[in-house]
Design a protein around this ligand. Structure first.
Ligand code: IVH
Length: 670
């Protein structure tokens, strides 16, 4: 047999045996035999380096160390999940689904999957070959960690079927309990910091610029989704898992089909017991609507899909004492008391701080300095104090006075009657400016590489950045000799800043930290106005007309943009070369582009929410009433006065069926 044929056979054989061993947990040959084949492969590759392909089993270990992680945009955003904390939350979840889909029967079925406590990643395969792997990042943009992911033995480098042009799969990289223990033992011996939990260990191991280090970490992987279920050829999550297993992906064996929501609740109780016997940590269970066409109808709300929910295991509690209380000033001026605790292990995580939320909360819980308290941590939620244990007081406790003046700028604090928060209302308060900058550079903002919280606080404290535009004027020599910096990190930061000069407008708006303007509202503003200049001059009357924008947000936006200091800041942004980009609106297939619709009366086939979602998906807008802008009224049963008004104004009128026909939709219930 010629050497090339032998080489290709060896790759095939080793891929199959590695799949048997790591994915199916069912080895067919001895370790010695595997090693022998592997050595033979390496021998051929040494002779014929030009034959080596990306899917060769030898390519798991190697790879050059990187200088920094490249950013990758996910073609389809990686979402997060809403949480459920009780059985009732799951019943409510089903009620919402039924209302949205106008279902009266109990036909909804689900998949219940253990919620792995690790790091979400995306793997892209073209013609069966792994070509890219990335972290979730902020959901839209993650980091390219292909070389690091290649080192994980249960991630296929080549699929068992190679006839699929492209598939993007998603899943969790995690570390087993024993893997983490072993790693922490080694770290303790080497005098290095220990990882507090498997998630940090997985993240820390994947974010190694040198993949050779990642290769030494005991990482594992389970698949749980594809980016575009409709394109997978499967009709349900259940089918998808079968398909993904056939492709060679590891599928968790504790996943169950549930014919009703009640079965999912039962399964949750089972998992709550089972979790202790698993070799890896899970922090809950994910429930997903099984049927893909229903998932598609339900769609996405803000950052999470409507069709899935994460049920979290009950919080883990511990007792400790309050040593001190500090007061932090956030970017909106809100003053938050934070308890400094005697460090304590809460379910494997060392907790030394807990939020006390606000002044009322301290009074309500009657907390004192020196108190013994019960604290709890639920998943990744910030630890909080459940209650004081006054029976443990020994006379040494002191009350916790709330300051009257800002701990940072000494401006008098203000507490409005209707609000629970106490605020520093000094617009020039350095703490607010500092936190605004931290937010601007953070993942929720422009996600500027090299400008994490600590670095921004450092540069701010040194006076190197006073206002947001200053960030874009930073130079290498400003930072490279500072504590914790070097030439490389300075260069990384500059690259990050350069990349941040052309952010999508919505992202830029959300980064500014305008009150009530998060990602969702920012996207709405970009879609509606398509220009920063227009926003700088917008009036409240115009904003109120925007469907989906609340009155508070409208007021806050107008107040923000009309502030002369803000106007000046924007001209500084421009001078510094910052040019927010406007995403091109999709025009193909947009049947309702330019149309402004309104629904009235009771619809029989669609819920109002689904109807509105359909309008937006087809490029249309929703009117707030029978306004001048309205182009078409869709009429259900018992329409009321709106129909008459619209007719008088000569607006186009459609029935629910005509509306569905227009969009060629026939799959909703008959
Ligand atoms: S589905 C819309 N399934 O939970 C789909 N996520 O908050 C979103 N996770 O970042 C993910 N196990 O890392 C899904 N079986 C599972 C999961 C799972 C763990 C994590 C995932 C994600 C987070 C969602």
């Amino acid at each position: 047999m010629d050497a090339k044929q032998r080489y290709s056979d060896l790759k095939q054989l080793l891929t199959e045996h590695s799949h048997n061993y790591y994915v199916l947990d069912n080895p067919q040959i001895s370790d010695g035999e595997y090693d022998r084949l592997f050595q033979e492969l390496l021998g051929i590759e040494e002779q014929q380096p030009e034959w080596v392909t990306a899917d060769s089993p030898s390519q798991r270990v190697g790879g050059e160390a990187l200088d920094s992680f490249e950013q990758v945009e996910h073609r389809i955003p990686m979402l997060s999940l809403e949480n459920a904390f009780s059985d009732q939350d799951l019943y409510d979840f089903e009620d919402r689904l039924k209302r949205y889909l106008l279902l009266e029967d109990d036909s909804l079925t689900y998949m219940a999957e253990p919620k792995l406590d690790g790091l979400a990643v995306e793997l892209v395969y073209e013609n069966g070959i792994l070509i890219q792997g990335s972290t979730r990042g902020n959901g839209k943009v993650g980091e390219n960690i292909t070389a690091q992911l290649r080192t994980i033995p249960s991630i296929p480098l080549r699929l068992l079927q190679t006839n699929i042009p492209r598939i993007e799969v998603r899943g969790e990289v995690f570390m087993s309990r024993s893997g983490l223990e072993k790693l922490n033992r080694q770290r303790a011996e080497a005098g290095e910091d220990l990882f507090a939990n498997p998630r940090n260990a997985a993240a820390g191991s994947l974010r190694q610029l040198d993949p050779a280090i990642t290769a030494k970490r005991p990482l594992e992987f389970f698949v749980y989704a594809v980016s575009d279920p409709q394109a997978s050829g499967c009709t349900s999550q259940q089918e998808l898992f079968i398909f993904l297993a056939e492709l060679g992906f590891p599928v968790n064996k504790h996943i169950r089909f549930c014919a009703e929501i009640k079965s999912a609740i039962t399964r949750f109780a089972e998992l709550a017991t089972l979790r202790h016997d698993l070799s890896y940590e899970i922090d809950g269970m994910v429930v997903k609507v099984d049927d893909f066409s229903l998932q598609n109808r339900l769609g996405v709300k803000a950052r999470a899909p409507r069709w899935a929910i994460a049920c979290k295991f009950p919080a883990i509690q511990a007792t400790t004492t309050i040593n001190e209380v500090v007061f932090q000033v956030g970017r909106t001026g809100a003053v938050t008391p934070v308890a400094i605790l005697e460090p304590v292990d809460v379910g494997g995580v060392i907790v030394s701080r807990a939020t006390l939320h606000n002044a009322d909360e301290i009074l309500r819980k009657d907390l004192r300095l020196g108190d013994t308290v019960l604290i709890q941590r639920a998943g990744d939620v910030i630890p909080e104090i459940v209650k004081a244990l006054p029976e443990k007081r020994d006379g040494e406790v002191k009350s916790i006075p709330f300051p009257d003046f800002c701990p940072v700028c000494s401006h008098p604090l203000q507490k409005l009657e209707e609000e629970v928060v106490t605020r520093c209302v000094n617009p020039h308060c350095p703490a607010q400016r500092q936190q605004t900058m931290v937010h601007f550079c953070s993942k929720a903002g422009l996600d500027i590489e090299g400008l994490g919280k600590k670095s921004v606080e450092q540069l701010f404290a040194l006076g190197l950045i006073r206002d947001l535009p200053d960030i874009f004027l930073l130079k290498k020599e400003d930072v490279e000799n500072l504590d914790g910096w070097g030439q490389k990190s300075a260069e990384n930061m500059l690259r990050g800043i350069a990349a941040a000069k052309t952010p999508p407008l919505a992202r830029f708006l959300a980064a500014l930290g305008i009150r009530y303007v998060g990602e969702v509202t920012a996207t709405l503003l970009e879609d509606t106005f398509q220009s920063l200049e227009k926003l700088l001059q917008v009036s409240k009357d115009v904003l109120i007309e925007v469907d989906g924008l609340g009155e508070q947000a409208a007021a806050s936006i107008v107040e923000y943009f009309s502030d002369p200091a803000v106007q000046k800041m924007f001209s500084q942004f421009t001078d510094a070369g910052v040019v927010p980009q406007i995403a091109e609106k999709k025009t193909e297939n947009q049947l309702l582009t330019g149309e402004v619709l309104l629904f009235t009366g009771s619809l029989k086939k669609l819920s109002r929410s689904e109807a509105k979602k359909l309008v937006k998906e087809h490029g249309g807008q929703i009117a707030s009433g029978i306004t001048k802008k309205l182009t078409c009224l869709v009429v259900g049963e018992k329409p009321g006065s709106k129909l008459k008004k619209a007719e008088e104004k000569g607006k186009k009128i459609l029935t629910e069926d005509e509306f569905l026909d227009l969009l060629s939709i026939s799959s909703v219930k008959e």
